[in-house]
Design a binder for this molecule. Structure first.
Ligand SMILES: [Ca+2]
Ligand SMILES: [Ca+2]
Length: 180
């Protein structure tokens, strides 16, 4: 195939694609939500996981340390997530797995920076009540550079699902925001 033919094929594909968009948008894009169901702020981002009055947003376009992730959520009118029940935990885990990201780490708003060993959700200021720690966590592991673990991540450490782990807050990974 000559370069010219390839060019024409690409052009034709583009034209057919444009023509097909208006009527077939939802068929072609099952994850797309109607604009009218989202606020203007969220219009161009992925749909949110809705749980009762609460909604979760997955920050998966870049990885960030805990502070940067928290700032990103705040900038967009959200907070890093809190997880307050088994139901929230299970549905959020399924949501993440459905995106094919069950092997990744995700920041939540949980932290014990204020008082070692006592975890709070920065999203709402409440102490962690429902718990889903992995075996042996939180262990406040101390690294060679002196940093200890004060920020709560979701991590499928041993194939048993997205359990909780305290991790160094400087670690850069994906994150979950929530809209209360
Ligand atoms: Ca700690
Ligand atoms: Ca840990």
């Amino acid at each position: 195939m000559t370069f010219r033919n390839i060019f024409l094929l690409v052009l034709l594909t583009a034209l057919v694609g444009i023509d097909a968009v208006p009527g077939k948008l939802n068929d072609d894009c099952p994850n797309c939500a109607e604009e009218s169901t989202l606020s203007g702020q969220m219009r161009w981002t992925m749909p949110l996981l809705k749980l009762g009055e609460k909604r979760y947003y997955l920050g998966i376009f870049f990885k960030a340390n805990w502070y940067r992730a928290a700032q990103y959520c705040r900038y967009h009118g959200m907070h890093l997530a809190s997880i307050n029940s088994q139901e929230e935990n299970d549905k959020l885990e399924k949501h993440i797995k459905d995106f094919g990201l069950g092997h990744e780490h995700f920041w939540t708003s949980g932290t014990d920076q204020g008082e070692e060993g006592t975890f709070f959700w920065m999203a709402n200021g409440r102490p962690v009540s429902f718990e889903n720690w992995n075996t042996g966590e939180p262990n406040n592991f101390r690294y060679e550079n002196g940093e200890e673990e004060h920020c709560l991540e979701l991590w499928n450490r041993d194939g048993k699902g997205l359990k909780w782990n305290d991790s160094p807050c400087s670690f850069e990974t994906y994150f979950v925001c929530e809209i209360p």
